[in-house]
Design a binder for this molecule. Structure first.
Ligand code: MLT
Length: 241
């Protein structure tokens, strides 16, 4: 479990990297693909998003831009999963740039398999790992501008806890890995009051100040969607079949 690592030669390249941004980028990506989006294409740079999507017919694209939790002027939407309805996204490509979540996906692009995880698709993520059995799995919390994120760490703990339990991993395999043990402990402590955790989290409080209460309620719905966004080509994620 890492917080927005740079994939460098020394760090090695994992077989599988799961980017997590519970509030709200990866929750939004899962929801958009569940609602019928053709694909999700992530950009850390807003201008590159505009240039790349310019070549798409307007009826085949939707531009999502968020900075600091708020919608960027000139974009079709911000980064709320509640805006990803079938009417809005069906058959369209979601071109998305957010403050952190899209950056962490870009950072782990070179992993063997890259996917987006959140509370809403925790089970889909765990099932992928149980069935594909990758040797090395990075669970990457997106955080806020490189800092620790309570909600992403709790989600990483939810995934790790399922894996430890369902793979029946001996405790020695996780002991000493403070990040994993810590994330599981955090999840265990908050798993029955995840909305309360969101309200404690600094980014949750930022979103509450932006009147995004309903977003927080949506983002904590464990295993809501059986959809796994998986990278088909650099920066482009589709619904895993
Ligand atoms: C992020 O990428 O930092 C978040 O998704 C921002 C947001 O709440 O939209």
């Amino acid at each position: 479990i890492y917080h927005t690592p740079e994939l460098t030669p020394s760090s090695g390249v994992p077989d599988c990297a799961i980017a997590i941004d519970v509030l709200r980028a990866t929750t939004t990506m899962v929801t958009a693909l569940a609602a019928g989006a053709e694909a999700v294409q992530v950009f850390s740079d807003l201008d590159k998003l505009i240039n790349e999507s310019d070549s798409w017919p307007t009826e085949k694209r939707i531009r999502a831009g968020e900075r600091g939790g708020a919608k960027v002027a000139g974009f079709d939407m911000g980064n709320s999963p509640l805006d990803c309805t079938p009417e809005q996204v069906q058959g369209r490509r979601l071109f998305i740039s957010t403050t952190n979540g899209t950056r962490s996906l870009e950072r782990v692009q070179k992993a063997g398999a890259v996917m987006a995880g959140a509370f809403v698709n925790r089970r889909a993520v765990v099932n992928y790992i149980l069935s594909e059995a990758p040797e090395t799995v990075w669970i990457v919390g997106s955080g806020w501008e490189g800092s620790f994120s309570l909600e992403d760490t709790a989600c990483a703990g939810a995934i790790a806890q399922s894996l430890v339990t369902e793979l029946n991993l001996p405790v020695e395999q996780v002991a000493g890995n403070d990040e994993v043990v810590g994330a599981i402990a955090l999840y265990e402590q908050w798993k029955d009051r995840l909305l309360e955790l969101m309200h404690q989290a600094s980014h949750g409080q930022r979103l509450l100040r932006l009147d995004c209460d309903e977003d927080l309620k949506y983002c904590v719905q464990m295993d809501l969607l059986d959809v796994l966004p998986i990278q088909r080509e650099p920066g482009v994620l589709v619904k895993r079949r």
